[in-house]
Unconditional design. Structure first.
Length: 401
């Protein structure tokens, strides 16, 4: 691919900025979720899917994915610009987060030609929504404990068991599914296979789970003699664990290749600054309080540092002794910052911080909702404890025991 000139970058930036300024849809008369994990009503889902389709048709997601599969076939730098403009202008997020960021990149990396032709374009257009079938209610944090079982029967696999935290499961057409096909393998990791599984078939029942916030979006998905065709398999016998680990590198941001677009509309440090100007402490704006100012400065520095990490990762001289530290720490850094930042926002409200969604709550309780939602991000995709283990073992080289 030819090198992109500065003039091309400036021209595309202006073009993208203008398009989003003119096309971001008006705020609806219903509450929008913060992330794809809270999409729980048909109104929310259709609003967000229509938006993703419009962005795709305008050419602002999938820019770097191959043209022959429905992408733009252009340099990644253009996708980075478009995504940055979506975030800067607070555009609605892309609901097909799992398809765009995990399933799609995985299929492009490891899928067959038939898989790419079948799935990629509809992932980008949001025609096909994807969910993830990894975690199980009794399996803990180790995917090797997977017990959902798929037995071979002719040209199908018959699946029984359940998966949990299958966000958007009620709307999904496909699931990336890790299931056990052998209980006699040499290790618990060897008897696993990976499926690009259809969801709209008999024997698959996704049931919404109400969150602490009162919202839905999470599901537990039950499999009862569900017949999945053999051509939905990815990789060969015993490849399930390796394929799942590749998927997690996309989920955690350790590998690139995602289609772009934002996956959430959470409150950020600039929002907290504005809240500090409106809030009162001892009869004066909270932002004038010395302690509050010190905390805000620390959050601003940390937030800006995280924003610059991707650029830093491209400069070998800035990576030091542990070049893998930046990609492998991304999820931990960002989710823990969000949790602490939203917790601090509640402290600015004093007694009002204890109110939730009501007319009496500041901003109708959106700060409380954001704080409660922040915990799901520190759990999904590997808990913060698991992330610290990964950094210790794979970056610092510490022993497992």
């Amino acid at each position: 691919m030819s090198k992109v000139s500065k003039s091309e970058i400036r021209e595309f930036t202006d073009q993208a900025r203008a398009w989003f300024r003119e096309n971001i849809p008006p705020q609806p008369d219903f509450l929008l979720p913060e992330t794809f994990m809270e999409v729980g009503t048909d109104q929310q889902f259709e609003y967000l899917r229509d938006w993703q389709r419009k962005v795709y048709e305008a050419g602002y997601i999938g820019i770097s994915w191959p043209r022959e599969y429905g992408g733009g076939g252009a340099s990644q730098i253009f996708q980075d610009i478009a995504t940055r403009e979506m975030s800067a202008q607070r555009a609605p997020f892309m609901p097909n987060t799992i398809g765009l960021n995990w399933a799609g990149p995985l299929i492009l990396k490891m899928g067959s030609e038939a898989d790419k032709l079948k799935y990629i374009k509809n992932i980008l257009s949001a025609e096909d929504i994807w969910c993830q079938g990894f975690s199980e209610p009794e399996a803990g944090s180790d995917l090797g404990n997977t017990q959902c079982f798929a037995r071979k029967d002719g040209d199908d696999y018959v699946v029984n068991g359940s998966k949990i935290w299958t966000s958007l499961g009620t709307y999904a057409r496909y699931m990336i599914l890790l299931a056990r096909t052998s209980r006699d393998a040499s290790s618990k990791y060897a008897g696993l296979r990976f499926f690009l599984a259809p969801m709209k078939i008999d024997g698959i029942d996704p049931r919404p789970i109400q969150k602490l916030t009162g919202e839905y979006g999470f599901c537990q998905t039950f499999f009862d003699e569900a017949r999945i065709p053999s051509d939905c398999l990815m990789g060969s016998e015993g490849d399930g664990w390796r394929t799942a680990m590749v998927t997690l590198t996309f989920e955690r941001g350790a590998s690139g290749g995602q289609a772009g677009g934002t996956s959430m509309m959470e409150l950020n440090v600039n929002d907290v600054l504005e809240l500090a100007r409106r809030s009162k402490r001892n009869g004066r704006p909270a932002i004038e309080d010395t302690y509050v100012r010190e905390q805000l400065v620390s959050f601003i520095i940390e937030s800006k540092g995280n924003q610059l990490m991707n650029a830093r990762a491209e400069e070998p001289a800035l990576l030091g002794e542990w070049p893998s530290a930046i990609p492998l720490s991304g999820k931990l850094r960002n989710t823990e910052l969000r949790r602490r930042l939203t917790k601090f926002s509640l402290s600015l409200m004093g007694g009002n911080g204890g109110r939730y969604v009501s007319r009496e709550a500041i901003d109708f309780g959106k700060w409380q909702r954001s704080y409660l939602n922040s915990f799901s991000a520190t759990i999904g995709g590997g808990t913060s404890e698991i992330q610290r283990n990964i950094i210790g073992e794979r970056v610092l080289g510490l022993p497992k025991d």
